[in-house]
Ligand binder design. Sequence first.
Ligand SMILES: [Zn+2]
Length: 284
Amino acid sequence: MKHALLTALALTVLATASPSQAQTARDLFSSKSTPSSHGAHPVGRHAKGCLAGAEQLPETGPTWQAMRLSRNHNWGHPEAVRFAQQLSVAATKVGWKGLYIGDISQPRGGPVFGHASHQIGLDIDVWLLPPERLNLTRAERENISSLNVRSADRKSVNSNWTRAHHRLLEATARDSRVNRIFITAPVKLQMCADAPKTDRAWLRKIRPWWGHNTHFHVRMNCPKGAVGCENPAPLPAGDGCEEAIWWVTDALQPPDPNAPAPKKKAPLVLADLPRQCGDVLNDG
Ligand SMILES: [Zn+2]
């Protein structure tokens, strides 16, 4: 009897252990709909970590709306939430009504569907669509699309790109809390062309990246004193304008058919993340 009970227990342990080992960190973190009860703390790196004590960006404010609410990705470190709200006020200075805010992080951060980063509550996607109204319903926030500012040949901006966009991205880059901004390369090149010859240091933070033609991605620095939060490697010196040309020349060439296929990265599992992320995940 005792033996049978032990066997049953062992089987139960096995049965519960194996599926959870197979579960990706993304599955585990996406199953949590509320933040952990810890103090606010980004753990690890923007693309490998989690977030303790997240705060939710209110769905609607005087100058912003959070989009795609069904994803429940409007959670961030309190400094990021504050920053998003302040940036939406700054948007009114360039003539916009405010901002449509896309994904920040999940309630406990961690790997998230559709992004490599956004894991520690310090990455914010901002739509390039100037809001026409800030009273969109939940359904409208699921269904409307943002604005594409890139030409069909992917080499330049199109007529959707405006001076107001430039001023908004410049103001974002000038903020000392911002580590870098990801945006489609044609925007970077256009901003390089339009920026005055002097006072261009802020341009370094505008980084060309794949996609990002309907939103820009703000990566914030680790908050002061956040032990265990790791900033990315520093940006290379210079304004990055010369280097950005590659993106509209070589990067657009068709891939060499004889080149080996790029290796697929295995999805992150919990053991890949900093150890504290287990506590964040399992709290409460
Ligand atoms: Zn993003």
